[in-house]
Design a protein around this ligand. Sequence first.
Ligand SMILES: NC(=O)c1ccc[n+]([C@@H]2O[C@H](COP(=O)([O-])OP(=O)(O)OC[C@H]3O[C@@H](n4cnc5c(N)ncnc54)[C@H](O)[C@@H]3O)[C@@H](O)[C@H]2O)c1
Length: 315
Amino acid sequence: MRYFITGGAGFIGSSVCARLLGANQDDSVTVFDNLSFGRESYIAPHYPNPRFRFVKGDLLNPEEIRAAIQGHDFVFHFAANADISKAMTQTDLDVKLTIVATYNLLEAMRLAGVGKIVYSSGSGVYGDVGTTETAEDFGPLLPISLYGASKLGAEGLISAFSHMFDMQAWIFRFANVIGGRQTHGVILDFINKLKADPTRLEILGNGKQSKSYIHVTDIMDAIFFVVECGSERVNLFNIATVDYITVREIAERVMAEMRLSGVKLSFSASDRGWKGDVPVVRFDLDKIHSLGWKAKHSSREAVDRTIREILESRL
Ligand SMILES: NC(=O)c1ccc[n+]([C@@H]2O[C@H](COP(=O)([O-])OP(=O)(O)OC[C@H]3O[C@@H](n4cnc5c(N)ncnc54)[C@H](O)[C@@H]3O)[C@@H](O)[C@H]2O)c1
């Protein structure tokens, strides 16, 4: 197989790249990334490998993506805007980096005859529905952030291209994905803040935000498991842990791992970290569980492992 990974220098993409190169000695991998959020150090170890190629390119440039995608069989599409709150000041960011970028990719796939795509969507498509456990067929889908709205738009484009141009797609709605390589997110934010000032920690929101946090190794297991058995034209799956953890508990676990005590915590009055943040997220996981897949780490285990991985890798 000749794999093509957009956003392959980022957190999840580089993890998938390493797994693909390690899995089958006949497979080759091309990473396509503009390094806007990703890190070259995540892919540089593969440079000597003749089965690996890095193309520094931008999905917003149709010529670049059309040239790079020639000769591939299977696309993993991870490139996106990583900073959800930035849409408050830059309203076209997600529209460009998710909707326009996904269209450019799908059109390049169509022209080059590349027929299979894995897409990384998220819980943001469901909107703010409190403690309702959302199954894949939940509706109406009314996102409350431009990030969520753009993910939904990209899902629609992928479905339409699949049906009109004989492609096959696996769309995953992930919980919060965490791991040592993460380039953003609450755990990294807390660690960075506490390193800068170990006496105090500012928490965005009231700390009661409650969500599933899944380790990137579980995400990869789920993706490869589902791609093997999902045979529909468009395969749609929620991927999360069965448990949930609050932002306050994450802060406590970070402080414990960093062996800090007496840290003064400050909260904001709002129930959410920023406009567009969904404070409570609950997934219905019956569909993927019925196939026989479950996350190996709970949210707490994933958080603890991630804290240790970040602290060890960024000493
Ligand atoms: N991390 C999570 O918690 C989570 C949850 C749900 C969905 N997702 C989705 O999974 C995907 C990967 O997330 P991640 O956490 O690895 O993010 P990331 O920021 O680490 O990786 C995204 C990569 O895309 C690249 N990129 C951005 N714009 C690009 C462009 N125009 N052209 C080429 N490359 C570009 C960046 O340089 C980066 O390497 C994203 O689509 C994200 O929305 C992530």
